[in-house]
Design a protein around this ligand. Structure first.
Ligand code: GLU
Length: 326
């Protein structure tokens, strides 16, 4: 039976509490299982999770077994960590901020036990439209068929903020579909939607699929409403998707975006989080080679910016040892 490391930790705590009755204490070298929430299989979170697990599973003395299944995305990962189904997860920086502070879709339910571990790659809000859709700019969305993302995904969460800023509702569009990230490219190619929206690192399999199976363009997301969002919220920043990454898209495209971050809960065992970050940062060149979106990552920046929840104690211990934080 699968056993979560953190429920195992709680179990150990219960045993220690009962130690006065001479209960046995769980052996330290017992295997611990951890589960990392990711996103769709054609996104970058999935690669982050698989890459972290690959390094963690290789640790010789730690005896941790890590797996990183595909999930609905950022909001689903926060909910999974909260419920104890996941031990860690990848979430957008805006979702991390909102969940910790109880704002946006998390209004009134601040998750104070949320803990940051590190920031990963940048994630621009990426709109891809069929070349025959008549969409040249994001503001052309009204009356088009748009995939606004599955509930539970980070893009859906961000799209809701953007739609409100633009004065749009789902009725503004001819169709507001809610397909999962991994289904979007096929829907675009099959002409079931005019545009897809994905908050994601580049390059990635999903946008590659969309632009190779049909003539499709990356679309600018700019304008005074977007400027106002970037001005108002600390976790949004202007972003440029470089030209030349995808077929038929040679020009840079202006948009705005967030960062992907790695999070856990205050209940997570300190030693496991310490071993997890150690596995990554002791083998950082190896980690960076696992995806082109990791190319420009710098460890000191990853642990000091883009995080709104407090650092987990186990992560902070390793970063302090490295001299990356005070
Ligand atoms: N940003 C997306 C989300 O939060 C996932 C992107 C990815 O899987 O790389 O749902």
């Amino acid at each position: 039976m699968k056993r979560h490391a953190f429920s195992a930790a709680a179990f150990t705590g219960a045993l220690l509490g009962a130690a006065m009755f001479a209960s046995p204490v769980v052996a330290q070298d017992e295997e611990q299982f951890i589960t990392i929430g990711t996103g769709g299989q054609t996104g970058v979170y999935y690669v982050v999770g698989q890459s972290v697990c690959r390094l963690v599973n290789r640790l010789e003395d730690a005896n941790i077994k890590c797996n990183a299944p595909s999930t609905g995305g950022s909001v689903a990962n926060i909910n999974g960590i909260k419920s104890g189904e996941l031990d860690m997860g990848v979430v957008q920086s805006d979702v991390q901020y909102q969940a910790y502070n109880g704002t946006g879709n998390f209004e009134g339910e601040s998750y104070e036990d949320l803990r940051a571990v590190f920031r990963v790659h940048g994630e621009p809000l990426t709109v891809v439209a069929r070349a025959d859709s008549g969409i040249e700019h994001f503001s052309d969305f009204p009356d088009k068929r748009v995939n606004i993302g599955n509930p539970g995904s980070g893009q859906r969460n961000t799209m809701e903020v953007v739609m409100e800023a633009m004065g749009w509702t789902e009725d503004t569009f001819a169709l507001a579909s809610q397909l999962d990230a991994a289904e979007q490219a096929a829907a675009l190619a099959d002409n079931n939607v005019d545009a897809m929206v994905y908050v994601v690192g580049h390059p990635n399999g999903s946008i590659q699929e969309a632009t190779t199976t049909v003539d499709a363009r990356l679309i600018p997301v700019t304008g005074e409403e977007i400027d106002a969002l970037v001005e108002e919220y600390p976790y949004y920043a202007k972003a440029t998707i470089p030209g030349g990454l995808y077929r038929g898209n040679d020009e840079d495209v202006e948009t705005f975006g967030v960062a992907a971050t790695f999070v856990t809960t205050a209940q997570a065992d300190e030693e496991i989080i310490y071993q997890t970050v150690k596995a990554i940062f002791d083998n950082f060149d190896n980690f960076k080679r696992l995806h082109p979106a990791f190319e420009n990552l710098d460890p000191e920046e990853m642990v000091s910016s883009g995080l709104s929840a407090p650092l987990h104690d186990g992560a902070a211990r390793y970063y302090r040892e490295q001299g990356w934080i005070e």
